[in-house]
Design a protein around this ligand. Sequence first.
Ligand code: PLP
Length: 444
Amino acid sequence: MLSKVLPGEIASRLPAEAPERAEPFEALLGDFQSIVLPGITHWNSPRFFAYFATSAAPIGITAEALAAALDVKAMLWRTSPAATELEEVVMRWLARLIGLPNAFTGIIYDTASIGGFTALAAARESLGLDIRERGMTARDLPKLRVYITSETHSHIEKACIALGLGRENVVRVETDAELRMRSDDLAQRLGADIAAGMRPMAIVATVGTTSTTSCDPVQEIAAIARERKVWLHVDAAYAGAAAIMPEFRSILAGVDNADSVVVNPHKWLFVPMDCSALFVRDPEMLRRAFSIVPEYVLQHQDASSGTNFMEYGLQLGRRFRALKLWFVLRYYGAEGLREHLRRHIALAQEFAGWVEAQADWEILAPHPFSVVCFRYAPPGLDEAALEKLNARILDDTNATGKVFLSHTKIRGRYALRLAIGNIATTRDDVALAWEMLRDIALSS
Ligand SMILES: *Cc1c(COP(=O)(O)O)cnc(C)c1O
């Protein structure tokens, strides 16, 4: 499960130089098994419960092999019309499945981090400050501000660094008792910043935060974003998938007023890494931010033919990522996907019930989806002792190699974190994790 190799161990088993002579395939496969596999942490295992559990479903792996064989670089429409048009169609499919209005256009990026960066670059472009041409240095520009919370994924801050905003202009809005952005605090900070001559550039709301899967009140935030004319980016990388179930549709309520939304099919829709969907209301803003068309690439007819995705982000050559999403959506059908998600959520709720039923264990955060934050909390221990104890339980549990969980901190409290998301995970897998945690806790 969790690889047990030491740092440098894999590298030390590899030669310093590439081989001069051709090697037989058997040698490669042999080394794959003896050198590489021991250094793999098995993300595609049904007993992987760390971070966000994900799956590369077999049908998705098949699609990846086919895409690799075709080896297209879908930068222009004509460099593979099928890759571009399939991407456009499956993005519309996905938008409909999660209930996004038709006004959104979807584009596939490798990760939510890059999709988020791309959205924020468009947000910066939308300010009309001519940063694209004149840059940000040696100019009299207002401070550009981005509003997040302590729970927002770190890629937003990285994007702000890369976009030249500076970390001090990433504003952390207060959260409520359930770790949701407080819209009253957001409104107050926006007002204060504007009064101080600053320029709000974007608000980032999260549906399903990485730590506890809390959901910011998008509807309230969207109303504020509208009123202040600030770009709203909704990061639903993990939980957005849940909106394919009618009973969870409401988690995206208000998103129709957002400017951009990210959902990761490579997280909880069984598509192999990498496949992240960015939906934007105004794709033209992405083009305005990124389109530079070298003469040697774009020919006269390209401008009038189909979409040239190279104009909508940093990448020139683009992998044929739509194929695996298309295969997965068709192979399982929306019904099949919903069944798996419902099963994962039910398993997580059942696990939370087991934790609650034990006197010395406690749940540390609401668990609306398939992630549970909890800890062993025998009486009489202070926070520091509880952290040490739970960190040891986690290490010892992971060291068995049978399951893999991770941890988080919730308002300074150390929490164990069990995430269910692999398509092959069964009740027995979850029960095994719970049994091991309890046994190890009792013996520690
Ligand atoms: C996982 C996650 C990300 C990062 O996803 P990548 O596709 O790995 O970049 C961003 N935001 C949230 C809320 C996440 O859960």
